[in-house]
Design a protein around this ligand. Structure first.
Ligand code: NAD
Length: 370
């Protein structure tokens, strides 16, 4: 297996390029100060690609994404392209990446930095030190299941149909992602389903159990019903380490977990595909936030979500866990030092621009690494 170091940057639209500049600043620091060589290339996605090439993602950019060890994306979309037909919109670029890279696992960490504990809508004692990850199955379940549709009923009225469907193969691969992730963390996985009322949930529970018992005996596996999990995330979120769940429940629970932190500009994510013959897993990293047209071009965007996405990329795709930790530590120290972009501003703290926040991270890296 060769060294994993090829990274494709897709800054995209709106604040995407602004926050991605700060990732480039950190990549430059890694090269100069730590001798970490990443083979980095850039391409267009979303509205930027529509303006330059007439399509939201070119075949060349798609090929570069397939060939890279990891892809880091900023954000796509904006009012300029809102009136385009659905098939030509900037978001189609992102959808094409997800589809062709076959990204079936979505990882959304919810981490509460101690300096930002007051940003959470929950009491500080409930969320202080929170560090959990939701693993959501992304390509199966009720959003894709057949039959689906709306049909007319013979006697009048209509019927809407969607089908919740999972195969053992789909359940096994997402269970493996969750267990491998937990191995690098606190070795606990909570699998979430509705096995009390759904057959697909019964199968989900049995198959997650099978994979964990056979392949990950060191992982402590528990099971929880989705409605209870929604409550437990508010009542006592610290009980979790890794939560694994299907597409529908994951859609909701990951947004709920994100709100525990209270700050959109701080949330990273990863989407993972299958591992290929060379041991490389296709992967796309991106902040949870969008292109924020309301603040684009003003130098106000928080670059920490994309920097934390880059840290996930270093850890999970480029086998550089130590560097990832260094970067996460620098983020923590900058926040502890009182610097804030506008979205996370608090009384008594210093409000800074996107660029100054990025420079402060590099300055902190310098101090930690000295
Ligand atoms: P958004 O996430 O772009 O913005 C929501 C609010 O949060 C805005 O007030 C924005 O200023 C603020 N915000 C977001 N990120 C921030 C950051 N890093 N720093 C400071 N403040 C930040 O969501 P939206 O307004 O619903 O969507 C805007 C555009 O982005 C739309 O075109 C939408 O389709 C697109 N979008 C793209 C993605 C993506 O690329 N993955 C995700 C969501 C939305």
């Amino acid at each position: 297996m060769g060294e994993k170091n090829t990274l494709l940057l897709l800054p995209g639209d709106g604040i995407g390029p602004e926050v991605m500049s700060e990732v480039k600043r950190v990549i430059d620091w890694l090269e100069r100060k730590r001798g970490v060589h990443l083979s980095v290339s850039d391409d267009l996605v979303g509205g930027a690609s529509i303006d330059a090439h007439g399509v939201p993602l070119t075949d060349e950019a798609m090929a570069a994404a397939m060939a890279a060890d990891a892809v880091l994306l900023g954000a796509v979309g904006g009012p300029k392209w809102d009136d385009l037909p659905f098939a030509q919109k900037p978001e189609r670029g992102l959808l094409r990446l997800r589809k062709e890279m076959a990204l079936f696992a979505n990882l959304r960490p919810a981490v509460v930095f101690s300096a930002l504990v007051d940003a959470s809508p929950l009491k500080p004692e409930i969320v202080r030190g929170l560090d959990i990850v939701i693993v959501r199955e992304l390509t199966g379940g009720v959003y894709f299941g057949e039959p689906r549709g709306i049909e007319d009923l013979p006697g009048g009225g209509r019927r809407g149909i969607n089908t919740q469907v999972y195969t053992t193969g789909e359940i096994h691969r997402i269970a493996r992602v969750a267990c491998e992730l937990a191995q690098r963390r606190n070795k606990r996985v909570c699998s979430v389903d509705k096995a009390n009322v759904m057959e697909s949930g019964v199968l989900w529970r049995q198959e997650v159990q099978t994979v964990c018992a056979a392949e990950f005996p060191e992982i402590e596996l528990s099971h929880m019903y989705a409605d209870n999990c929604a409550m437990q995330l508010i009542r006592a979120p610290q009980q979790f380490d890794v939560i694994v769940t299907d597409n529908l429940f994951g859609d909701m629970l990951s947004d709920e977990a994100a709100m525990l932190t209270g700050s959109l500009g701080m949330l990273p994510s990863a989407s993972l595909g299958e591992t290929d013959a060379s041991g490389r897993r296709r992967a796309l990293y991106e902040p949870v936030h969008g292109s924020a047209p309301d603040i684009a071009g003003k130098g106000m965007a928080n670059p920490l979500a994309v920097l934390l996405s880059f840290a996930m990329c270093l850890r999970y795709s480029l086998d550089m866990a130590e560097i990832a930790e260094l970067l996460e530590h620098a983020v923590k120290r900058v926040l502890d030092g009182g610097l804030r972009t506008a979205d996370i501003m608090q009384q008594g703290k210093a409000r800074v621009s996107t660029r100054v926040m990025g420079e402060a991270i590099v300055h902190e890296l310098d101090k930690i690494a000295a």
